[in-house]
Write a protein that binds this ligand. Structure first.
Ligand code: MTE
Ligand code: MO
Length: 413
């Protein structure tokens, strides 16, 4: 059971780690990194998997802890160096995973009741978790590889049984001798302890088998409980990321189609301290490259060729939703100041408060036909909370980089 759940948990953690790294580097790229704007739904999928697999970790991790619980308190706790590594990696793994999934869940609710920066800690802990998992697997590797190569050396209970090669000569002699003297309870066999690999004699009979471990829930009942818990949690929240589950989205904080322009709002104009004065008739969008500067009022932007695209907002906090956007191609706008192929862009928002006031966009997104400075959303003027007078919408980028209330676009030549 520990192995089966461990594998599922391992898969979920690797999915979370991979998709998390992708999300991290989209937001904080290393200088040489270039990303794929297409397929436009790529980030929506990777982030949806990240959040959904993360949520599935709750029942899986609790189930794994339940199964191995007695083994966590074996006595003496440490007998040798490998044992010490095993214990230490488990302690670090369990504690950091619990913190990781709990703060991740809090983040989907944008609730930060802790004194540290969420992204930094979530990023750092992922390496602690994957590192301790690697140590854990390395320590268990002899047992794991033996399982893969000699599945028959495990009995139905998942305990190691010994074949002749494993029994030291003296043990073999003793074993043979013992076997000739069956006890009233049954024949004596040799077993290796699950954790330490130490040999012990085992009387294979009902009264002795009836250890506290066996007295718990049946295996089938346990698998059913964990399975139902995972399916229910995923089923009742995945709708925040995957439209087909939209109808059963009970627990997740944001619902499909609810909000101005039929799209949820992640952060309101008020929270970003963008006021009506700032977006009044005097507002202009400045596009610049070195000394070349063009400014556009909203009317002037509306007079340029308009394009309509279907693109999702895919929020790092786990929700995503497809919408119809209309506006000016970023490529056309940046051409007015003579942008050359390969040049990147710095975007500045009117917002006063917030960590994403100034962000950068790689050339691969500027050159994509789908990237717009959007003026309309789902057939109506952009609502103030969706970034009126103009916002960025590009394929395959995290929501945090879909800058609302644009003020300046600066080509980095
Ligand atoms: N200027 C600015 N743009 C912003 C944000 C912000 O806080 N400030 N939030 C971003 C985030 S996290 C998301 S998910 C999207 C959500 O867009 P919406 O609120 O229009 O749905 O806007 C992005 N654009
Ligand atoms: Mo977001």
């Amino acid at each position: 059971m520990a192995v089966v759940i461990g594998r599922l948990l391992g898969a979920a953690f690797l999915l979370c780690f991979g998709t998390g790294l992708y999300s991290h580097f989209l937001q904080d790229p290393l200088p040489w990194m270039v990303f794929a704007p297409r397929p436009f739904w790529l980030y929506q999928i990777t982030q949806g998997i990240h959040i959904t697999a993360g949520i599935a970790c709750f029942p899986l991790l609790l189930a794994k802890l339940y199964v191995v619980f007695p083994d966590l308190f074996t006595y003496p706790p440490i007998t040798n160096f490998t044992g010490f590594l095993e214990r230490a990696s488990i302690a670090i793994f369990v504690s950091s995973s619990l913190v990781q999934i709990v703060i991740g869940l809090f983040d989907t609710f944008q609730w930060y009741p802790f004194p540290f920066n969420f992204r930094q800690v979530h990023f750092a802990l992922s390496f602690v978790i994957i590192g301790s998992l690697a140590i854990h697997i390395a320590v268990k590797l002899p047992k794991i590889s033996r399982y893969w190569t000699h599945a028959d050396s495990f009995d139905a209970e998942g305990d190691l049984t010994l074949d002749e090669a494993d029994v030291a000569p003296t043990d073999a002699t003793v074993a043979a001798e013992l076997a000739q003297h069956p006890t009233p309870l049954g024949p004596i066999v040799y077993r290796a302890d699950r954790l330490t690999g130490r040999l012990f004699a085992w009387i294979d009979s009902a009264p002795v088998r009836n250890s506290p471990r066996d007295a718990r829930v049946s295996r089938r009942g346990f698998v059913a409980t964990v399975g139902i818990a995972v399916a229910a949690l995923v089923g009742l929240t995945a709708g925040q990321s995957f439209a087909i589950f939209g109808g059963s989205n009970v627990f997740a904080p944001r619902k499909m189609g609810i909000g101005p322009n039929r799209l949820p709002i992640n952060r309101t104009a008020r929270a970003a301290q963008v006021t009506d004065d700032m977006v009044g008739p005097a507002w202009t969008l400045t596009v610049q490259r070195g000394d070349a500067i063009s400014t556009f009022t909203r009317e002037q932007l509306l007079a340029l060729p308009q394009h309509e695209v279907q693109l999702p907002i895919a929020c790092v906090e786990g929700w995503s939703q497809l919408a119809t956007w209309k506006g000016v191609r970023l490529r056309d706008l940046t051409a007015t100041v003579g942008r050359r192929a390969g040049e990147d862009l710095r975007l500045t928002s009117l917002e006063v408060k917030g960590g994403y006031r100034v962000t950068e966009m790689g050339h691969e997104y500027i050159e994509d036909d789908l990237t717009l400075v959007a003026l309309e959303l789902n057939g109506a003027t952009l609502a103030m909370d969706h970034g009126y007078p103009a916002r960025m919408i590009a394929p395959g980028r995290p929501g945090v980089l879909q800058t609302k209330w644009l003020s300046t676009l600066e080509v980095l030549s």
